[in-house]
Design a protein around this ligand. Structure first.
Ligand code: ATP
Length: 434
């Protein structure tokens, strides 16, 4: 059964209260479209990145990683088309002075004040401009990257030679991106600074069906990834682009969409980009980026299939999807791979040094093998409540009997079931569950 949807207010309140996500620079009134990750949030974010990296890179033999700079030669952005085309159409309301994305409007009325005083749409480039070096003029102007993909295209030749790979193979990258969004919003769904996880999967351009087969493969593979991490299948769907909605260089693009509290929206894009990007960089740089196959002596510019998603948007989906309000608690049913802490260890009481010491010893012994947290504040009920709210799969309580019997209570987040486990077997027991 699908869990009822939480509201965005419930998610943002929990995220702030429990140390997942805070508004950036809050003591100065905040800054729209920027967010900070708190102690619990960074753990979740690391796990989201790690789950992607492990499944997309570590466990495969046809993908290698790369990390390219956030600021690149401005020629990159001219060749890629971003200087000219990375724009959204925006309109202003002459009455209330608010600004909107033209494609988000449903009528000629201002969504804020209701007046019909919207300007004609104008193109607005989403890239953040900056200057490199001491001179602030046109020659030193460049941009913070709005995506990580271009770094992989311009390094394509160096990377495939270093990795000794031939198409089909991929370059994967996780890193920050910046877009001066006209209307950031819906919490971390659309922000101005965010993190991307992108795979550029290079395939021979001929036969064309082969590229389309790889596109379908990646759409299926990505959907499987979301399911494997526990996202409810009914909340995910594919949106296939066609006709005018398809970029001119793309022969197939599919978005994976999620049913957010504010409705269906993009979660991840899987685009078949053809040979567009490499061709643009060959033309603009004058450098040959083609792949040379030593065996067949074939020389070609590969086509590329790109699954791309935001770390923050993925994290938002995991939070929303895992959230459940029960009569006596709120619980985040996060997949154990994603849970910020795998196990919380409690001494039943704080005033019995033997119990506190044993609990601390157990917690320290588990640290090298799983992310742990020690909690001795409030009563055990309150501690369970706290751990349920941040999605900790297991809580271990050390009590009076532990001192005699060398065992502890292990409590399961989802079922609330409690079992007694010998301390000697605890690590093995927990590993078996996680
Ligand atoms: P939109 O049309 O909604 O602005 P887009 O189609 O330009 O988005 P892509 O360039 O395809 O987005 O970005 C790939 C992925 O990066 C998205 O599926 C999303 O997961 C993430 N993403 C894009 N923009 C943002 C943003 N402003 N904040 C957070 N994540 C983002």
């Amino acid at each position: 059964m699908t869990r009822p949807k939480p509201t965005m207010e419930e998610i943002t309140a929990l995220a702030k209260r429990r140390g997942f996500i805070f508004p950036s620079s809050e003591i100065y009134g905040g800054i729209n479209g920027f967010w900070d990750y708190g102690p619990v949030g960074v753990e979740l974010k690391r796990n989201v990145r790690e789950a992607w990296w492990r499944d997309m890179v570590t466990l495969r033999d046809d993908v290698v990683g790369i990390e390219t700079s956030l600021i690149m030669h401005p020629g990159v952005w001219r060749a890629s088309g971003h200087v000219e085309n990375f724009t959204d159409m925006m309109v202003d309301c002459k009455t209330c002075k608010k600004r909107f994305r033209a494609d988000h409007l449903t009528s000629d009325q201002c969504p804020s004040c209701g007046n019909r005083t919207l300007t004609e749409p104008r193109a607005f480039n989403l890239m953040f401009r900056t200057y490199v070096g001491a001179m602030e003029d046109a020659t030193s102007e460049t941009y913070l990257r709005p995506e990580t993909a271009q770094g992989m295209f311009v390094d394509f030749k160096l990377a495939y030679q270093a990795a000794r790979k031939k198409p089909p193979f991929g370059l994967a990258q996780i890193g920050k991106a910046f877009r001066n969004e006209i209307t950031p919003g819906n919490f971390i769904f659309r922000s101005r600074e965010f993190e991307l996880m992108e795979l550029e999967f290079f395939v021979p351009p001929e036969p064309a069906e082969e590229g389309l087969r790889w596109h379908r493969y990646w759409v299926d593979e990505r959907l499987r990834w979301w399911h494997s991490l526990g996202v409810q299948p009914e909340r995910l769907r594919r949106h296939e682009y066609s006709g005018a909605d398809l970029a001119h260089y793309s022969s197939a693009t599919t978005d994976l969409e999620y049913d957010y509290p504010f409705g269906w929206g993009e979660l991840e894009g899987i685009a078949h980009r053809g040979c567009y990007d490499l061709t643009q960089h060959v033309e603009a740089s004058g450098k040959d980026l083609s792949f040379f196959d030593e065996e067949s002596k074939a020389k070609y510019l590969p086509a590329v299939v790109e699954p791309a998603l935001g770390v923050d948007r993925a994290l938002l989906v995991f939070l929303i999807d895992a959230y459940e309000k029960e009569a006596d608690r709120t619980v985040l049913r996060l997949h154990p791979r994603l849970a910020p802490y795998k196990v919380a260890v409690f001494p039943l009481v704080r005033n019995k040094p033997d119990i506190v010491e044993l609990a601390a010893k157990i917690e320290r012994s588990l640290r090298p093998v799983m992310r742990t947290v020690f909690d001795d504040s409030g009563n055990v009920g309150k501690r369970y409540y706290r751990q349920d709210e941040i999605g900790t799969p297991y809580c271990v309580t050390v009590d009076y009997d532990s001192l005699q019997n060398n065992d502890v209570t292990v409590r399961d987040r989802d079922s609330k079931a409690q079992v007694r486990v010998s301390i000697d077997k605890l690590e093995e027991h927990l590993r078996g569950q996680l």
